[in-house]
Ligand binder design. Structure first.
Ligand code: ADP
Length: 182
C-alpha cells in the first residue's frame, strides 16, 4: 500500500499550541506529514521565513520522534509545492465560522487548481480553539505571558523579539577595565 503524505501549510508566525495539536492529529491519520512554511504571505510578519522554520523544527520532538514529520519552507502555489513532495492531502485547522468561510473558498480554489489533491480540515480542540498567532504576537509584544499558549522555544523567541528577556547582569567597573586590558 502506498503511504499517504499530507501537507500542513501555513504562515506559522509563530507556531503555537493550536498548530501543534493539528499537526499531532494529522500524523495519527496520515503516514507522513510535511509542515509547509509559506515564505511571504500577504501580511505583516514578526518572524523571518528561516526563523519560523527553525522554531517549528525545534518543536518536532513534541509531535513525534519517529521521523514521520518534516518541516519545509516553500513559496508559490501551495498545490504546486504539494505535488513536488508527493502530498495527496492538504491539512488545515478550523476554529470558527470565519475560518470555515475562508477554508471553504481555499478548498474550492485548490480543487479547481488540482483535483488530485484532497483538502482535509480538522476542528480545533479546546483549549486551543481561541488561539491565533496574531493574538499571541500582541500579548507577547505587550509583555504578557504566552508560555501556556506556545511551545517553550517559541515563548523564548517571542520574549527575545520583544526585548522582554532579562538584561545581562551589569559588569563591574573592575571587570570592564580588565576587558579593556587596563
Ligand atoms: P494562515 O496559514 O492562514 O496564514 P496560520 O499560519 O496562522 O494561518 O494557520 C495555519 C493553519 O492552522 C490554518 O489552517 C489555521 O486555520 C490553523 N490554525 C490556526 N490557529 C489554530 C488553532 N488555534 N487551532 C487549530 N488550528 C489553527
Amino acid at each position: 500500500m502506498t503511504s499517504i503524505i499530507a501537507l500542513y501549510p501555513g504562515t506559522f508566525d509563530p507556531f503555537h499550541n493550536g498548530h501543534l495539536d493539528i499537526a499531532r492529529r494529522a500524523l495519527a491519520l496520515f503516514d507522513q506529514l510535511v509542515i509547509g512554511v509559506y515564505d511571504l504571505p500577504d501580511k505583516h510578519l514578526l518572524f523571518t521565513h528561516e526563523e519560523r522554520i527553525a522554531l517549528i523544527e525545534q518543536c518536532l520532538h513534541e509531535i513525534s520522534a519517529d521521523g514521520r514529520v518534516r518541516v519545509m519552507g516553500y513559496s508559490g502555489l501551495t498545490v504546486n509545492f504539494a505535488r513536488s513532495i508527493g502530498a495527496k492531502v492538504l491539512v488545515r485547522g478550523l476554529r470558527n465560522s470565519v475560518d470555515f468561510d475562508f477554508e471553504l473558498q481555499m478548498a474550492q480554489t485548490n480543487h479547481w487548481l488540482a483535483e488530485d489533491i484532497e483538502y482535509v480540515c480538522l476542528f480545533a480542540n479546546a483549549p486551543n480553539h481561541f488561539l491565533s498567532a496574531t493574538l499571541i504576537r500582541q500579548i507577547s509584544a505587550l509583555g504578557g505571558d504566552v508560555s501556556g499558549l506556545v511551545p517553550p522555544v517559541v515563548a523564548q523567541a517571542l520574549a527575545r523579539k520583544h526585548g522582554h528577556v532579562p538584561p545581562l547582569p551589569p559588569i563591574s567597573p573592575r571587570k570592564l577595565r580588565k576587558r579593556a586590558g587596563e
